[in-house]
Design a binder for this molecule. Sequence first.
Ligand code: PLP
Length: 231
Amino acid sequence: MSITDNLKTLKAEIESVSVKLVAVSKTKPIEDLQEAYNAGQRIFGENQVQELADKYEKLPKDIEWHLIGHLQTNKVKYIAPFISIIHSVDSMKLLQEINKQAQKNNRIIDCLLQIYIADEETKYGLGFDEVIELLESQEFTELENIRIVGLMGIATNIENDKQIKEEFYELKTLFDGIKISYFKNQDSFKELSMGMSADYKIAIDQGSTLVRIGSDIFGERVIKHFQNEDN
Ligand SMILES: *Cc1c(COP(=O)(O)O)cnc(C)c1O
């Protein structure tokens, strides 16, 4: 199936339940993204800063770019002028740098806090205690150029639907608790980014609002980019 066909099938399935699709285009050439764009896709996700910035330059400006991979503080400046959402915020230090660069660009940058839910040591993310600590800290209240719009998580890469379901369920429960405790009257805290090609159906059942899908749209990647690759 072509990229266009894959997208059509996925969009019909995902958008019928009001979930948004982030087309994960890492490692894929510009022509593949252009095909997806021509088929109506407007949200693209990349996990490397340099690659994302290059593609931003070359493609239409009405694309919403999402950074989904680990972000180093010294690279924030390259995407700060245009990034739509950073999915992978996992420390106060990073949040402060995003705030600083957003200020320089005279804008507010939307961020998701990445929560560690997998049963794997290599995955980035904040623990359940750490996210609460961050939200309660004095430093957090001082950040005026970032907006936390939700949470993100990556389930364990395993063929065990029950375990994956439990991990997503825990993230949704945390999301609901955080919403009530810290963002009660803020409609902007509404995104729960969970689900990839292998597990997006389970994620949607568990309350995902944003699925990040790569190989089901663009085909298998030749070069594997893993989550623990530094940006
Ligand atoms: C690569 C990647 C995806 C997409 O993975 P697929 O299995 O190709 O759908 C989603 N989320 C993150 C964080 C990724 O790095």
